[in-house]
Design a protein around this ligand. Structure first.
Ligand code: ADP
Length: 332
């Protein structure tokens, strides 16, 4: 009999009292229940003690892991700080090198301009004044020399503009101008060139005078020249180029439309980048620098305008730019 039950039984039974078979059976059942209860309790206590041991071990492991993570985090943070410092130093060095490169190009370009101007002057004297007894072959060679010299001068001028843009030294002088007058005078520069290739170059003037625009006329002239020059270069003989201008959303919008070689779809993305030239343009014009549109974009952005284009390879291209119609007296 279970000891607890035995104690209870002794407490309440009378000495020497015989146990009936029913009572004996009942006591056996109760005793078994007591014993089962003991086993369950022992099991429960055991599993509690095991679980709490495991739990405290797990807790210890988690704490250790957290400490290791903290150490790792600090080391990563330190590495990031070191890398950032290295990158800052490298970036400063690159900026410095870029400045030196820009200064070098600027000095070299200025130094080259003087002898090139002398060559230009000498060649033009030989051609214009007409050196006696020049054969047509000699004249044509002189012409080629003159044209190549012109190309180098143009390239150097473009590079000087680019160095000025990149060093932030491009100075602007704004005044209120009628864009139509500027377009008219720009087109005059290209009439001869267009005529020799039978290209129809025209200005589709707006029905009424457009408002004055606050702009740097010399810089906008450069933009127009670059766009019209491209249109002439990338248009086939007997082609057509139309320049037009209109008022749109309080902006002057100028278009230069040609029916030339167009720009291949895949190459449109880089068109305004420095020195970028599309494949078909490389064939059409060997002397391009890939700087004209970069310069144009920078100038138009300085005027708080936009420049863009639409083009279909083999069908033609339309470049456009906008300039806001600012109030007179308001500085851009
Ligand atoms: P580039 O000196 O080569 O003309 P630009 O910067 O003026 O340099 O133009 C960059 C490139 O854009 C050109 O090489 C050509 O691929 C493309 N492009 C510009 N204008 C036209 C045009 N009217 N028609 C076709 N392609 C053009």
């Amino acid at each position: 009999m279970h000891h607890l039950l035995e104690r209870q039984y002794k407490k309440f039974s009378k000495d020497g009292q015989a146990i009936s078979p029913e009572l004996e059976n009942f006591l056996k059942t109760v005793s078994t229940t007591y014993e089962n209860n003991d086993t369950d309790r022992n099991l429960l206590e055991h599993s509690f003690s095991v679980s709490s041991k495991e739990f405290s071990e797990l807790n210890g492991k988690i704490l250790k892991l957290l400490q290791e993570l903290e150490v790792e985090k600090r080391s990563v943070e330190q590495k990031i700080i070191e890398r950032t410092q290295e990158l800052t130093v490298a970036n400063d060095r690159l900026t410095e090198l870029d400045k030196v490169k820009t200064e070098f190009i600027s000095v070299a370009a200025h130094q080259l301009r003087t002898p090139l101007s002398a060559i230009k002057w000498t060649l033009s004297l030989l051609i214009d004044e007409g050196v006696k007894n020049l054969t047509s072959e000699q004249r044509s060679l002189l012409m080629k020399g003159y044209e190549s010299n012109e190309r180098i001068i143009r390239l150097i001028n473009e590079m000087l503009i680019v160095t000025r843009i990149e060093s932030g030294k491009m100075s602007y002088s704004f005044s209120f101008i009628h864009i139509e007058d500027l377009i008219d005078s720009c087109l005059e520069d290209f009439i001869g060139q267009a005529k020799t290739r039978n290209i129809n170059l025209s200005f589709s003037e707006p029905a009424s005078r457009l408002p004055y625009v606050n702009m740097d006329p010399d810089k906008i002239r450069t933009v127009l020249q670059n766009l019209i020059e491209n249109a002439v270069f990338y248009t086939r003989d007997n082609g057509s180029i139309t320049v037009s201008a209109k008022l749109e959303d309080n902006h002057i919008k100028v278009f230069v439309k040609d029916d030339g070689i167009g720009i291949p779809e895949k190459q449109k993305i880089g068109i305004f980048s420095k020195f970028y030239r599309a494949d078909n343009a490389l064939k059409a014009r060997t002397d391009g620098s890939g700087l004209g549109l970069f310069v144009a974009k920078s100038i138009i952005e300085k005027h708080k305008g936009e420049i863009g284009f639409e083009s279909k390879e083999g069908e033609g291209t339309t470049f456009y730019f906008t300039i806001p119609c600012a109030q007179e007296g308001k500085v851009l």
